[in-house]
Write a protein that binds this ligand. Structure first.
Ligand SMILES: [Zn+2]
Length: 285
């Protein structure tokens, strides 16, 4: 049986109280984890950050690129998720020299950035709460940086080092919400604080999860969008990263007159760039 592709599904309760977004990100997270060759806690944080960034983008900025950065405790390194409105998603692990894992704990922060059409970047940062990990960090961010009350859970399930399921949900309380529906929803979501059981269920998909979260509440599905692991690197972008090298280093690269091999750090795709082409690209960048 072929695995269904990943998607994000939006819905709203008919009383106008809650907007709900559910996501299946299994292949997206698996692709990013395998491209970065990452395992252990770091891989789980990476998966959770990718799913959380997708849910955040769909909720707050569906037409913008959103980057989520988890800066680990004790200067252990960073985990980066990069989510495009096209559904293309990629990520990057930057471990500090000598560190084996990017760890949560005292000092870990979550930073979210969205690119505005003007080119400006809107960003904010929160500490990762002691309990609850990435899910609670996103909730704290929504509340403090966006003044949006939300409930969110993300999860990444592994079999050994292979991602077998990933996804999550975000329930946003709309301004019309009354006390009654809020209490019902708060009570309901106690059963979904961890969605690992749902991610392990063979029935898991965004529509099924939406139905589980809103069981017994009338709601309307608003739309579904695909998401996938796919990088948007190209020669110009890869070469422009070289522009950060000093002039001397660049001249040295050019002087060897050999074809330069550069890998994209997100997807590891190799680019082979002839010296003449490199010279041209550097002039453009
Ligand atoms: Zn790439």
């Amino acid at each position: 049986m072929s695995e269904p592709s990943d998607s994000v599904l939006r819905g709203i309760t008919d009383d106008g109280a809650f907007r709900v977004i559910t996501a299946r990100t299994t292949q997206t997270v698996r692709g990013a984890v395998e491209a970065q060759g990452v395992a252990g806690h770091t891989a789980r944080h990476f998966g959770d950050l990718l799913t959380g960034s997708i849910l955040f983008r769909e909720t707050m900025a569906p037409n913008m690129r959103v980057q989520g950065v988890l800066k680990g405790a004790g200067n252990s390194g960073s985990v980066i998720a990069d989510s495009n409105p096209t559904g293309q998603t990629r990520g990057l692990i930057q471990l500090k020299a000598g560190a084996k894992e990017v760890e949560l704990g005292q000092g870990a922060v979550l930073q979210l950035m969205r690119s505005l059409p003007s080119g400006r970047i809107n960003q904010g940062i929160v500490e990762v709460p002691k309990d609850g990990g990435i899910s609670h960090a996103f909730m704290a961010y929504m509340q403090t940086s966006e003044q949006v009350l939300s409930m969110l859970a993300v999860g990444t399930i592994f079999d050994g080092e292979r991602v077998v399921s990933a996804g999550g949900y975000l329930v946003q309380l709309l301004p019309e919400v009354g006390r009654g529906p809020l209490m019902v929803m708060t009570e309901r979501l106690r059963d979904f604080e961890s969605i690992d059981p749902q991610l392990k269920d063979s029935a898991f998909n965004p529509a099924w999860l939406l139905g589980e979260l809103l069981y017994g509440m009338p709601f309307t599905k608003l739309g579904e969008s695909p998401v996938r692991f796919e990088c948007w690197c190209d020669e110009v972008r890869v070469v422009s990263a070289l522009a950060s090298l000093g002039r001397g280093d660049l001249e040295h690269l050019l002087s060897t007159n050999e074809v330069l091999e550069i890998a994209c750090e997100y997807c590891k795709r190799d680019f082979r760039i002839a010296p003449a082409r490199l010279r041209g690209l550097l002039e453009q960048s």
